[in-house]
Ligand binder design. Structure first.
Ligand code: PEP
Ligand code: MN
Length: 351
């Protein structure tokens, strides 16, 4: 839909619009109002170049498109019946809990094994743990590829799938070769389209799942969903959207908690939503409230930083990891809210 700056366009201007859209196989249908005329684009209007050229014309205010820019991730896509499964949980049916360290310590594998066993005992279905870490400070601990063996050993010991972040092709290869079940794309790389393409290509034909964090800036929801489209486009639809808070943060919280976007995502896409409350609020004391709010808003799961000894952990753990005991309490309450939602509300609307 083309919205002009003036109430009506001249015949020459309409001819110019028509010539542009014709190049892309579309035509113009004027919709004449009493005061204003707007111009519908009839045909496939998802051509970025066509829209840029129309918006570049001096008499065009803006172009609104009604077709979805993400055809595979769209709620009306043929994939809408696809269900993502992690650790025996079908997302949407049962609340998925992923938990574990922010960062693995290659010098202390036992603490990770203890945490893995304890979060399993608390009710987690998958273990998270950062082998490689995106750090603001280039001199801070960046992770260590030797931690990959520790991550996989924790998976063997608990029988649970494991999640770790990959930031480049080498890490992607190593993680897949080691058998990592869930690849995390972090908030800093969430719009790194070449990485998203590499991940999509690498997981095609496998049952690997991708946990795609929302970008760190508070970008539009279509941007988030389109990032998932980059991955799914190669054939593996096992993508989970993970809101994790955006910048600038809310005074007192590490980020601006964004668990409230879940109902909006669910109106546009079939993808399951697993909220990360830990990075949203950045402090262990607030993680339970954020988790419960996330489930109340319709999240299909939670990804939580937990550590048997948060104070001795690496990365974010001293500030934001919860103990396994706190995790167990949180899971109990979160499951109660999840059950209540399933019995009383439709999955899409929370009114
Ligand atoms: C993490 O999960 O530890 C992490 C770095 O997450 P994010 O990319 O959301 O900051
Ligand atoms: Mn972290």
């Amino acid at each position: 839909m083309i919205l002009p700056k003036n109430n009506r366009l001249s015949a020459e201007q309409v001819a110019e619009l028509t010539a542009v859209v014709c190049e892309f196989g579309c035509r113009i249908q004027p919709i004449v109002g009493d005061v204003r005329t707007i111009y519908a684009i009839v045909g496939d209007e998802r051509h970025d170049l066509m829209i840029s050229r129309l918006e570049g014309l001096p008499y065009v205010d803006r172009v609104d498109t009604i077709q979805s820019p993400h055809k595979l991730m769209d709620i009306k896509s043929d994939l809408a019946n696809h269900r993502v499964r992690v650790g025996g949980v079908t997302l949407g049916d049962e609340l998925l809990i992923m938990a574990g360290h922010c960062t693995l310590d290659p010098k202390n594998p036992n603490r990770f094994y203890e945490t893995a066993a304890a979060v399993k005992e608390a009710g987690a279905h998958a273990i998270r743990g950062g082998v490689w870490k995106p750090r603001t400070n280039p001199y801070a601990f960046q992770g260590d590829h030797r931690s990959l063996d520790i991550l996989m050993e924790a998976s063997r010991r608990t029988g649970l799938p494991v999640d770790t972040e990959v930031m480049d092709e080498e890490q992607l290869r190593m993680a897949l070769d080691a058998g990592v079940h869930i690849l995390q794309i972090g908030a800093r790389n969430a719009l790194n389209y070449s990485l998203l393409r590499q991940v999509g290509k690498a997981i095609a034909g496998r049952d690997t799942v991708v946990l795609l964090k929302r970008s760190i800036h508070s970008g539009p929801l279509n941007e988030f969903i389109s990032a998932a489209e980059y991955i799914v486009n190669f054939g593996n639809p096992n993508v989970i959207l993970c809101p994790r808070g955006t910048q600038p943060g809310l005074d007192g919280y590490r980020n601006h908690p964004d668990e409230s976007i879940t109902p909006l995502l669910k109106e546009r896409t079939w993808a399951p939503v697993v909220v990360d409350p830990s990075h949203s609020v950045g402090k262990a004391a607030y993680v339970t409230a954020c988790s419960l709010a996330a489930v109340a808003y319709g999240a299909d799961g939670l990804c939580i930083e937990a550590n048997v000894e948060p104070a001795k952990g690496l990365g974010d753990d001293p500030k934001q990891a919860v103990t396994p005991a706190a995790l167990a309490g949180l899971i109990k309450q979160a499951k109660a809210i999840h059950a209540l939602r399933r019995s009383t509300l439709s999955p899409v609307t929370a009114s």
